[in-house]
Ligand binder design. Structure first.
Ligand code: AMP
Length: 357
C-alpha cells in the first residue's frame, strides 16, 4: 500500500489527469504531471510539473526518481516512454495494454483472440489494399487510421466503393483499417477497475451518444437492450484485464446490436463516459484508479441515485456554465482550459437523481 504523502506521476496533462490529481489529493497523495504541452490543466492542481518531450530520457529519469508509482491519462504516450520508465519505477496500467490500445489492428485481433466480437474488419495499409478491403467488407464502411485516432479524428465513412479515393485522402493516406458499418441500437461502455490482487469491479454501463465522433452524453439507466448485453461485454473486459494482468480503470466501448454486443475499442485509462461516476457512483473512476495503482482497497462502484446524465461542454458549450450552476441537481466541472475552440472538451455537467432542465 502506497503510504499517504507518496507521489503519483501522471503522464499527460489534460482533464483526465486533472481529475485524477484531485482524487489522489483526497487520498493524501501528491501528483507530478509530465507532459510536453505548454498548457497543462492537470498541472494547475498538481504538486509538481515537468514540461518535457516524451523521449527526453534524462528528464524522464528525474521524473521517475521523484515518483513512487506512475500512471498515464493520455493514450498516445509513446510505448517506449512507458517501457523506459518501467525500468525505474512501477508503471500502472502497464505498457502492454497501451501498446494494444494504440493500434486498432492489434487491438481487434487481440480481442477476437479472447472471444470478443469486433465489427468485421480488414487491414488497409495502403491505397491498393483498401480496394481489397472494400471487396472483402463491403459498404457502408468506416475507414480508421490504425494509430493516433481519437474523438472521431482519423476516420472517414464510405457509403459506396466509389468513396475510396476521398476516404483515403481524408485520413491523410495513413495505414488504416476498414470496418463494416455496424447497425447498432445503442452505444455503451463497460467501466471497470482491477486491483493489484486481481479483484475486479464494474460500474453500471451508461448509454453513450456521440456527435461528430465526439462523446456528447452518457446516461443511466441504459435501455433494456444494453442491460441485457452488459454481462457478456463485462465478461470480455474482465478476460482482457486478466490476460494483461491489468491494474487500474479499463474502459471498453461497445455497440448493442440485435446479434449481441459488438466490441468497438478499449481505453486503458479512465474515460469520458465514466465522468458521471464522480457524483453518480459511491466511488468515482478517478478515485478507484488511484486506489488500484496505490494498492488500496477498491471502493464501492454502485450508482445509488438514478437517473444520471453527463453532458460534455464542448467549444462554445462552456458558455452554458453559469446557467447550469443554477440548476438543482447539476454538478459542473470546468477544466480550466484557456482557449475555447470548436470541438474542444472544456468541461462537463452531471445531473444526479434528476434530468437536465
Ligand atoms: P471510435 O473512434 O472508433 O470510437 O468511433 C467514433 C464513433 O463513430 C463511435 O462512437 C460510433 O458512433 C461511430 N462508429 C465507429 N465505428 C463504427 C462502426 N464500425 N459502425 C458504426 N458506427 C461506428
Amino acid at each position: 500500500m502506497l503510504p499517504p504523502g507518496s507521489t503519483i506521476g501522471i503522464l499527460g496533462g489534460g482533464q483526465l489527469g486533472r481529475m485524477l490529481a484531485v482524487a489522489a489529493a483526497q487520498l493524501g497523495y501528491k501528483t507530478h504531471i509530465y507532459a510536453p504541452d505548454a498548457e497543462s490543466v492537470a498541472a494547475q492542481v498538481a504538486a509538481q510539473h515537468t514540461q518535457a518531450a516524451w523521449d527526453d530520457e534524462p528528464r524522464l529519469a528525474t521524473f521517475a526518481a521523484h515518483c513512487d508509482v506512475v500512471t498515464f491519462e493520455f493514450e498516445n504516450v509513446p510505448v517506449d516512454t512507458l517501457r523506459f520508465l518501467s525500468g525505474h519505477v512501477a508503471v500502472r496500467a502497464g505498457a502492454d495494454a497501451l501498446e494494444i490500445a494504440q493500434d486498432r489492428l492489434i487491438e481487434k485481433n487481440f480481442v477476437a483472440g479472447l472471444g470478443g466480437r469486433p465489427a468485421p474488419f480488414a487491414a488497409a495499409p495502403d491505397r491498393a489494399a483498401l480496394d481489397t478491403a472494400i471487396a472483402a467488407i463491403g459498404t457502408p464502411a468506416i475507414l480508421k487510421t490504425v494509430r493516433m485516432g481519437y474523438d472521431g479524428k482519423g476516420q472517414a465513412r464510405l457509403a459506396a466503393p466509389d468513396d475510396a479515393d476521398a476516404a483515403w485522402d481524408a485520413i491523410d493516406r495513413h495505414a488504416a483499417v476498414l470496418e463494416g458499418f455496424v447497425a447498432f441500437d445503442h452505444e455503451f461502455s463497460v467501466l471497470m477497475v482491477r486491483g493489484i490482487d486481481g479483484e475486479t469491479r464494474f460500474w453500471d454501463s451508461p448509454v453513450n451518444i456521440h456527435e461528430d465522433g465526439i462523446l456528447a452524453t452518457s446516461t443511466l439507466p441504459p435501455p433494456p437492450i444494453v442491460l441485457d448485453q452488459q454481462a457478456e461485454a463485462r465478461d470480455l473486459m474482465a478476460a482482457i484485464a486478466a490476460d494483461l494482468d491489468y491494474v487500474g480503470v479499463l474502459t471498453g466501448e461497445f455497440f448493442a446490436t440485435d446479434k449481441g454486443p459488438v466490441f468497438n475499442e478499449m481505453a486503458p485509462r479512465v474515460h469520458n463516459s465514466g465522468h458521471w461516476t464522480i457524483e453518480g457512483a459511491v466511488t468515482s473512476q478517478f478515485e478507484n484508479h488511484i486506489r488500484a495503482i496505490a494498492g488500496l482497497p477498491l471502493g464501492d462502484t454502485a450508482s445509488p441515485r438514478l437517473p444520471v446524465v453527463m453532458r460534455n461542454l464542448i467549444g462554445a458549450g462552456i458558455n452554458d456554465a453559469p446557467a447550469l450552476l443554477a440548476e438543482p441537481g447539476c454538478h459542473l466541472h470546468h477544466y480550466g482550459k484557456a482557449e475555447v475552440r470548436a470541438g474542444r472538451k472544456l468541461g462537463h455537467a452531471t445531473w444526479v437523481g434528476t434530468e437536465p432542465a
